[in-house]
Design a protein around this ligand. Structure first.
Ligand SMILES: [Zn+2]
Length: 207
């Protein structure tokens, strides 16, 4: 609470470029103007070599600093501006019916106090005016490293489950902060498909 008070009273720096923030929330105007969601020409995930992946760009520069501030710096207000930018890029013909966040393991969520993917997913859903459904659970913790290397695919398989009765109908938009090797998103996508999800699209801040 005290930290929250300081954040509102002290001059704040833009997490993207370091410029002093005025009335802006999350990012300064210049960094905000540089955020453009785009559909990647191909996805590394099975079974979708065709465009199913929406990102705000590569994991560098403003995107990287914003992700780190959202994830490790407690800058929860960044989810608003980043979620809005992602939502603006969702192609209408994807016809997404619900947004699903990639869950954190409960122990990590307790440590951090929030799940950054869930904050983002809620903002994306709010802008698209569709439900955000907490349909996935994390059944076991995985090493940070497992998510960064292709070999982690074996470790990630079985790390997620679909909550009983929580699978929304229609195409889904799976949301996470970053895609590295893709093993986390692949594992989530696999359990959603196995549970009967129609079509799964993916949105991440950076890849
Ligand atoms: Zn900035």
């Amino acid at each position: 609470m005290l930290a929250g008070l300081w954040r509102t009273l002290l001059p704040r720096a833009c997490p993207g470029c370091g410029a002093q923030l005025g009335a802006e929330v999350g990012l300064c105007r210049a960094c905000r103007a540089g955020l453009h969601a785009r559909v990647e020409s191909h996805s590394p995930l099975r079974p979708h070599p065709e465009p199913h992946l929406l990102t705000l760009g590569r994991y560098r520069g403003v995107g990287r600093r914003a992700v780190r501030a959202l994830k490790f710096g407690g800058a929860r207000d960044l989810a608003g501006v980043l979620g809005q930018a992602l939502a603006a890029g969702v192609p209408p013909d994807w016809d997404v019916g619900a947004v699903v966040p990639v869950p954190l393991h409960p122990s990590r969520q307790r440590q951090r106090g929030y799940n950054q993917a869930e904050l983002l997913a809620r903002e994306v859903a709010r802008h698209l005016q569709i439900p955000c459904v907490d349909a996935l659970s994390r059944t076991r913790a995985t090493r940070q490293q497992a998510r960064q290397h292709a070999a982690g695919r074996y470790e990630m398989a079985g790390a997620f489950a679909v909550k009983t009765g929580r699978l929304p109908s229609g195409p889904l938009l799976l949301v996470d902060d970053v895609m590295t090797s893709g093993s986390t998103l692949q594992a989530c996508q696999d359990v959603l498909h196995a549970a009967g999800a129609a079509e799964i699209y993916i949105a991440v801040i950076a890849r």
